[in-house]
Ligand binder design. Structure first.
Ligand SMILES: Cc1c2[nH]c(c1CCC(=O)O)Cc1[nH]c(c(CCC(=O)O)c1C)Cc1[nH]c(c(CCC(=O)O)c1C)Cc1[nH]c(c(C)c1CCC(=O)O)C2
Length: 376
């Protein structure tokens, strides 16, 4: 890839084939993602390895967030925490990392501030700042710690469940790089789109050019599904989502397919999670051709059409604060709604990440209820 003096190189991380890893014993999520009706819904939880787990908080006492991300042994240990705690109840693992490793690879500093979340000391304020981004990104050099964590975790999983790799969508990463953190209005990021549309395209293009080899690198390393998070999808006006965010997302999906084909590796199922998208954006998203569309809790599962293999979601994360009886009753209600979906597959998940105050025992009640209520 070489656009406007911007160069991305990759492809040195070895291809790890299925034969090198312990044999997979539970492939329910792969079946559902490929459009098969499964006997029950496979389940995982966004942020399943996170602060609600005492074993996670314990490890965080002695290591910073990005130190964990950058140390394959630690990232592997944390990825395994929910799998070991809820043995037999989770049907997928997701590699412990963050979407903000891409801005880091592009040369930006990112800090994780306690109680505040991500912070960029020097965000992109105007198009001149594009010059601060690396002109050449060697994906293997910058991000091989993620690839090594994935390979290590595939061994540690011993075939229990598949491993999901992930990345942020171009628009969501662009918004972080310009805002310098979370935002209520996204005024700075939107100002770029209004005032500097071409420069915005340029930044989206650079992000996309790194995302493609990064996702394919995760597959080479052993990731069995990939999820793309467009967490700020709902912040844009419809026409701006269509003008800026969707084309970049399409390039990611098509680029991953093309690069996997070129390397002779099978493209794994691709999941897109676009939070809070409206019924007008959803069909456009589906048209891109992701295998699985993830929904937040505000959208009915029946909104996803049968051209998508599986719908993922979409329990309100707050149900985990309710009583055990209320959790069981809500799981039953939502599982019944999924019986009226249009897609063959259903992958159960929350509609967004699990929050730090949840009791780990409530998660067990939730997971057991899903196993029981999602039987078809
Ligand atoms: C927007 C976004 C980010 N990161 C991510 C997204 C997309 C999903 C979403 O919409 O939530 C993705 C992400 N972040 C994390 C994972 C790990 C895998 C998993 O278990 O799901 C994944 C998939 C770990 C994490 N990423 C983060 C934590 C908590 C950090 C800590 O230990 O202090 C974890 C476990 C930090 C993080 N990282 C990010 C934010 C906004 C925060 C702070 C949020 C908070 O405070 O809860 C950026």
């Amino acid at each position: 890839m070489d656009t406007n003096n911007f160069k991305v190189t990759s492809s040195r991380y070895k291809i790890h084939t299925a034969e090198e890893f312990p044999e997979l014993r539970n492939d329910l999520i792969l079946q559902a993602a490929r459009g098969k009706k499964t006997a029950r819904a496979p389940t995982w939880i966004m942020r399943q390895a996170g602060r609600y787990l005492p074993e996670f908080r314990k490890l965080r006492e002695s290591h910073s967030f990005f130190e964990i991300c950058q140390t394959p042994q630690l990232a592997c240990e944390i990825t395994m925490q929910p799998i070991l705690r809820y043995e037999g109840l989770l049907d997928a693992s997701i590699i412990f990392s963050d979407i903000l490793v891409i801005p880091q690879a592009l040369g930006m500093e990112v800090q994780m501030l306690p109680a505040q979340g991500p912070h960029f000391p020097a965000p992109l304020e105007s198009p001149e700042d594009i010059g601060r981004l690396h002109k050449h990104v060697d994906v293997d050099e910058e991000l091989s710690y993620v690839f090594r964590a994935i390979t290590l975790t595939r061994h540690a999983l011993s075939g229990r469940v598949p491993l999901i790799g992930f990345a942020g969508a171009p628009w969501t990463l662009f918004a972080y790089m310009v805002e310098g953190g979370g935002s209520k209005t996204f005024a700075r990021a939107k100002r770029w789109l209004f005032d500097w549309p071409e420069a915005s395209d340029g930044v989206l293009e650079r992000i996309t050019a790194v995302l493609i080899p990064y996702l394919v690198g995760q597959v080479r390393a052993g990731a069995q599904l990939l999820q793309v998070f467009d967490s700020w999808a709902s912040e844009l006006s419809h026409h701006h989502y269509v003008r800026f965010a969707l084309p970049a997302l399409r390039r990611v999906k098509e680029g991953v397919h093309a690069q996997c084909n070129a390397e002779g590796i099978t493209t794994p199922p691709l999941i897109v999670f676009a939070k809070n998208v409206t019924h007008t954006v959803l069909p456009l998203l589906e048209e891109i051709g992701f295998d699985v569309v993830g929904l937040d809790w505000t959208t009915a599962p029946s909104e996803v059409s049968n051209r998508t293999s599986a719908v993922q979601g979409n329990f309100d994360p707050s149900i985990l604060y309710a009583s055990d009886e209320a959790i069981r009753s809500e799981v039953k209600t939502v599982a019944n709604m999924f019986k009226h979906r249009n897609t063959p597959g259903w992958i159960s998940n929350l509609g967004h990440g699990i929050t730090p105050g949840v009791k780990p025992e409530s998660v067990r009640v939730f997971l057991e209820a899903v196993q029981e209520c999602s039987r078809e």
